[in-house]
Structure formats: C-alpha cells, structure tokens
Design a protein around this ligand. Structure first.
Ligand SMILES: [Fe+2]
Length: 371
C-alpha cells in the first residue's frame, strides 16, 4: 500500500513555525488608526450587521495586510496571524464591527450553530463541551483537535484569559505523512467514512449525523478533517454504525500524532490579534482557561466562519457537510434553526459583491441518506 505524501508548505512541523515566522503579518500603527476610523464612521449600535456592505468600510492599507494573511492560510502553511488590529481604540461592540467589516471584504460569513449566528462571541458562558449538544466556543474547557465547519475561520482577540486558553495547531498534511509512515494500514482506515454528530444543531431538513473520511484527496491536494468529540457523541445516536477496532486505533493514533510536541504548534492570541486557519490544512485545539473576575476583562474573541472567492475544489466526500464542493462557492457552516429570508438575502448579496456562487443546495438541502 502506498500513498502520496503531499509535500507542500502546509506540511510543517512545530520547529518550522518557530524558525520562520513569515506567517506573522503586522498592521502598522497608522494603518490601524485608519481602520479604527473606518469602524467609528460606520458604527451604529442599532444597525443590524446584515445591513452593512463592504463599501461601508474603507480600511486602507491595513486590509492589504489582512489579505496577505488570508493568502497564507489558503495557499501556504494553512494558518496565519495578523497582529495590530486597533483593539485599544474600540469598545467590544465596535471591535466586533471591525471583525465583521473585515469579513465582508474577505468572503461570505457562514452561520455557526443552532441560533444561525453569523459571528460568534467566543467566551465562557457555563456551557458543557462534552454534552450531547455541547460546543467548545462557549465554554472554558480544553478542546479536542478538530476542524471548524468552514473553509476559513477567523478568530480575533479582544481579551485574553487570566491564564490558559492557548491555541494549538497541527498540520493535517504532516499528520497524514506521519500516519502513512508509521501505520499505512491505519492511513487506509482514515480514508474511509467516520460518522460525526451534528450535536443537536441540525436544521429541520438535515440528519443528526453525517459520514466523512478523515483524509481525502482532490486535484492534487490533501484535505483533512477531525473532531473526536463529535465521533464520540455520534456513537450514542440511533442508526450510526459502531466504530470498528481499527477505526478506534486510527482515532487514538491520530490524536496522539496531532498533540506530539514536534507536531503541535502552540501560541497565545493577544488582544488585537487576528488568526486565520484553513480547516482543510490544519487542525486546532485550545487549552482550558481561567477567567478574570471582572466581566469586562474576561476572555473574549470574535469568530467568523468564511467561504471565500479563493477556495479550491473539495473532495466529493466533503459535499454532505459543506453542501457544495465547487471552488469559490458559498459553502460550509451550520444553518441552524433560524436560517431565514434575511440570512439568505445577506448571503446572496455578499456572494454577488464578491463574485461567488450560491449553490441551490445551500438554500434547500435535501434530507440525505447518510448511513
Ligand atoms: Fe474550532
């Protein structure tokens, strides 16, 4: 059995990130001030986010720096960091609008869960990560390695935690290479379907779970996906096939590989940092954190899930989860329970502004037979 290695700049190890930090992009102070001014000009606490258009935010050269960062996430290492967002000039709501405005220039925001929210506040609200309907972003728990449900995730830091909350990233390409060299039999298993729960966030016309391999290949590229927590919760659902011994062994080895010190790169997001990750090229997790007592100092990040004009063709097996595998299409996200006409109008308007396509399946997905 032999597999391609898919050597590329996305096949990095932790040391590579330390030795070459060209994945860090910095917005100069003057450019940051210009970005803050653009936000303050457009800020209206009563205006819904859906009403804003890219042309409402004239961000100037700071946006070029952000775009370079996104290119690195798309076609380089699979992740990048932009430092220097004007955090000190803005309230939390204004900072949220800054992130939203940046997103309007970059792609089409995707809904992120049951409430069909298009931007999420990542903060501890007392929820339980390991529950059948649990999510990670609204807890202070350490998280399993996983990919988010979109092409590109943008995470902007407003406040960091009192302690902990470090961001961990591993290259899925390097994990694949390691799996192939250590256990080619389990690499083969990883290219077969695993079943993931939607953790009770499915839309009325979606199944509560879906099947997808951990690795697949398209157009000379490798694509990774992982979420151990959702494989675990899927096992409790009716109709989901039980994991085989080989699948369990594969899952354990993959978790081990992803968290090895030579594979896993650890970083701390600081206020004003904006991290981009390409979910097909890297997998991520986070350590548990402790918050400050004062609510205004507690850990707070704003998260966007983006479909972008630069996205590439996905493997066919990615189609159920992303609902489209077409390059540059509006795909990914969890439609959730409140995906209404206002959501659809926003998506279509944004897609038009960016020259992207909205597949019919995005609007009315059929109930698919997944098991
Ligand atoms: Fe995530």
């Amino acid at each position: 059995m032999s597999f391609p290695k898919y050597d590329s700049s996305a096949a990095w190890r932790a040391d590579d990130m330390v030795n070459d930090q060209s994945w860090i992009f910095r917005i100069e102070d003057e450019a940051a001030t210009q970005m803050a001014a653009a936000v303050l000009r457009g800020y209206d606490a009563d205006r819904p986010l859906f009403d804003y258009a890219p042309s409402d935010f004239d961000f100037g050269p700071g946006l070029d720096t952000v775009r370079a960062s996104v290119r690195e996430a798309h076609f380089g290492r699979g992740f990048a960091l932009t430092k220097g967002l004007p955090r000190g000039h803005l309230s939390a709501d204004q900072f949220q609008l800054l992130v939203w405005g940046i997103g309007l220039h970059l792609g089409v925001a995707r809904p992120q869960g049951r409430a069909s929210q298009y931007i999420s506040e990542v903060r501890a609200t007392g929820s339980t990560y390991r529950a059948a309907g649990g999510r990670g972003y609204n807890t202070n728990a350490g998280l399993d390695f996983h990919a988010d449900a979109c092409d590109i995730v943008a995470l902007a830091c407003f406040n960091q935690a009192k302690s902990g909350g470090q961001s961990m990233i591993s290259s899925s390409t390097s994990a694949w290479q390691t799996l192939v060299s250590e256990r080619p039999d389990l690499a083969q298993v990883a290219t077969d379907k695993f079943y993931f729960s939607r953790n009770q966030e499915e839309a009325p016309n979606e199944n509560p779970f879906y099947g997808q391999p951990i690795f697949d290949f398209e157009d000379g590229r490798i694509f990774g996906k992982w979420n151990r927590n959702r494989i675990r919760t899927a096992q409790e659902l009716p109709r989901v096939p039980k994991l085989s011994d080989a699948q369990l062994e594969c899952a354990d080895l993959l978790d081990d590989i992803l968290s090895r010190p030579d594979m896993m790169f650890t970083m701390q997001l600081e206020p004003g940092d904006l991290q981009f990750m390409n979910n097909h090229l890297v997998l991520h997790s986070r350590t548990e954190f402790e918050d400050f007592e004062e609510p205004e100092r507690q850990r707070l990040l704003y998260r966007l899930w983006l479909a972008t004009p630069d996205s590439v063709a996905l493997p066919e097996t990615w189609g159920v989860y992303f609902r489209s595998i077409t390059p540059g299409s509006v795909r990914g996200g969890f439609c959730g329970h409140q995906h209404d006409d206002a959501c659809r109008e926003f998506e279509e308007r944004q897609a038009k502004a960016l020259g992207m396509t909205v597949p019919a399946l995005m609007i009315d997905p059929p109930l698919t037979e997944v098991a």
